[in-house]
Design a protein around this ligand. Structure first.
Ligand code: F6P
Length: 602
């Protein structure tokens, strides 16, 4: 039975490893650096990479031990299962379905020690400029710090600044919500359109989606709408403004830099939508902004009193606890609800900073995730909430994780000698089961994060049914993780009289890793916990890999080329001519641009 279950899995992993090794060699050659050079520079110049350490090598040496095992047997080991689950303040995480043993964990903790993980976490919390390429501190944790905490950066207590803005958000959102703040025609504000993209959109959308159906939050939001406008696509504009009345709408422009092309264009468009109906003077009553660039906000015509500041030490994708999320969400749900969200995030921050590694959930999950990526060579992770209200978790974490750790060089600028980053994607269960789970069960091995809640935000009971909708949902949460881990082998299939020709098709190799995270319920507090948990996991991996998880140079080139397209397209249009290769585009792009231009104007 054991032998039947193991060989296909091992073969799959072996093939995968070889595939990945080829891919990485190819990438390195694109960087004009082949593997032999990388190795000799490591040996010769003593280039410090975590991959050169004995702790890394010990994990490499440990791989065969794990390859020899199968999760269906590991899961019979009660001691191991107890050791591989952690709980903190209601948040329960079970990683016994990961391809790890207590020994793997010990080796991972050694690696973390070698990488100076504890010191790096502390440096982050102390406000050191760990974002070296942008000379910035990384202090999103300060945006949810307790009011009485002190954190001095450049001689200033940043927590005091944080709470000055939070107090302003409370006062403003209270005024709007209780009808003291009136629109230009004297009507109270009911609806909010938040304009922003990337980190100025995905985090707030995730939290909003999480709270919409939570009974207390929903009660607080009664009669109000919060909509988001992110894409520069005119369709998104039309959808965001559909059926809204300018007189009762507040527009919140959210942009850290206040230069992002999409956001600024959308802001101008929506400003026109307001002023065309209510006149220029209505801007002060219907438009507010969240930004670090107060000067540009004021040039746009927004009163500094209506500007909610944050700081360059908050990364865009880590900014949901600053005014970026707190302003639109407080307008919708009230500041008190949102304060609970901050408390949940703070709870995990404190746990992350203070708990010993063996009891530290984000550290352990981050290290296990790193093991999957860099040692078992799984290139992706699926985030699978069995909770519809978490449907925007995966899109948010895509940015947090992939923009942070999707890097090819270390802090020292040298190419990495291992895979870092991962492809994150996901959908709520059970929807995903009817879509891409086939691949996860019998195709590529993709470690999964299953997230569920003990209590639902909504209870639906059909008379006479014993199992509620939520029970039904959660049965799938438990079943999927076990199906992936244990699989089904030929012996079992034969016992079920499956004909021989169908056995290969119906075999599940199993041994497919996952983590199960169980929360008491999803509310503002636990939404904050989940957010901070994923943010911390990302930081753990980046710190151990020795990369800068807090810059994002990789998004710049496309922006520059889009701006070149914009200016060449404008000049071609004004001169009624087509684009030429002398405009600086390659042949293929010239053809594509002209096809577009001809369709549009000529
Ligand atoms: O293009 C990527 C990015 O810079 C993200 O990092 C950021 O979250 C997003 O654009 C929006 O930037 P801003 O808040 O400055 O408009």
């Amino acid at each position: 039975d054991r032998q039947q279950a193991n060989p296909p899995t091992q073969t799959t992993h072996l093939l995968q490893r070889q595939g990945v090794a080829c891919a990485s060699r190819k990438d390195l050659s694109l960087n004009a650096l082949d593997m032999s050079e990388a190795v000799s520079s490591r040996d010769g110049a003593g280039h410090e990479s975590i991959a050169d350490t004995p702790a890394w090598q010990a994990l490499v040496d440990h791989i065969p031990e794990i390859e020899e095992t199968h999760l269906r047997y590991l899961l019979k080991d009660e001691e191991r299962c107890l050791r591989l689950s952690l709980e903190h303040n209601g948040l329960y995480s079970d990683f016994s379905r990961q391809r790890v043993t207590p020994k793997t964990l010990e080796l991972l903790f050694d690696l973390a020690k070698e990488a100076g993980l504890k010191e790096k976490i502390e440096q982050m919390f102390q406000g050191e400029q760990i974002n070296e390429t942008e000379h910035r501190s990384v202090l999103h944790v300060a945006t949810r710090a307790d009011r009485n905490q002190e954190l001095i950066v450049d001689g200033k207590n940043v927590v005091k600044d944080v709470w000055t803005v939070l107090d302003k958000i409370k006062a403003f959102s209270d005024q709007v919500r209780n009808g003291e703040w009136l629109g230009a025609t004297g009507k109270p504000i009911k609806d909010v359109v938040a304009i922003g993209i990337g980190g100025s959109f995905l985090g707030p959308l995730f939290v909003h989606t999480s709270l919409r159906t939570e009974p207390i939050a929903a009660m607080k939001a009664q009669g109000r709408q919060l909509r988001f406008l992110a894409n520069v696509d005119p369709v998104d504009v039309a959808r965001a403004l559909h059926n809204l009345n300018q007189e009762t709408t507040m527009v919140v422009i959210i942009s850290k830099t206040f230069t992002t092309a999409e956001t600024m264009l959308n802001a101008r468009t929506v400003r026109k939508w307001i002023t065309a109906e209510l006149g220029e003077s209505a801007v002060s009553k219907h438009m507010v902004a969240v930004s670090t660039n107060v000067k540009l906000v004021s040039q746009f015509g927004i009163d500094p009193d209506n500007t909610f500041e944050f700081w360059d030490w908050v990364g865009g994708r880590y900014s949901v606890c600053s005014a970026v999320g707190m302003l639109p969400l407080s307008l919708q749900y009230g500041f008190d609800q949102m304060e609970q969200f901050l408390e949940g995030a703070r709870d995990i921050d404190q746990h992350f900073l203070n708990a010993p590694f063996e009891k530290n959930i984000p550290v352990t999950l981050g290290l296990v995730n790193l093991w999957n990526i860099s040692f078992l060579h799984y290139p992706a992770r699926a985030i699978l909430p069995y909770c519809q209200a978490l449907s925007k978790l995966a899109p948010h974490i895509q940015q947090v994780s992939m923009e942070s750790n999707g890097k090819g060089v270390g802090m020292d600028g040298k190419p990495l000698k291992f895979e870092a980053g991962q492809i994150d994607f996901g959908e709520p269960g059970t929807n995903g089961q009817h879509s891409f789970y086939q691949l996860i069960h019998q195709g590529r091995v993709i470690p999964c994060d299953f997230i569920g809640t003990i209590k639902s935000q909504q209870s639906v009971y059909l008379k006479g049914e014993i199992v509620s909708n939520h029970d039904e949902l959660m049965c799938n949460f438990f079943a999927q993780a076990d199906a992936l881990a244990t699989g089904k082998n030929a012996v079992e299939l034969r016992a079920e009289n499956v004909p021989d020709n169908l056995i290969p098709h119906k075999t599940f190799t199993g041994n497919r890793p996952s983590t199960s995270i169980l929360l008491p319920e999803l509310n503002a507090y636990s939404t904050g916990q989940i957010l901070a948990l994923y943010e911390a996991m990302v930081a753990v991996k980046g710190f151990v890999w020795g990369i800068n998880s807090f810059d994002q140079w990789g998004v710049e080139l496309g922006k520059v080329l889009a701006s070149k397209c914009r200016s060449k397209m404008n000049s071609a249009r004004t001169q009624s001519r087509l684009i030429e290769t002398s405009d600086g585009f390659n042949f293929s792009t010239t053809r594509l641009l002209n096809r577009y231009l001809k369709g549009k104007t000529f």
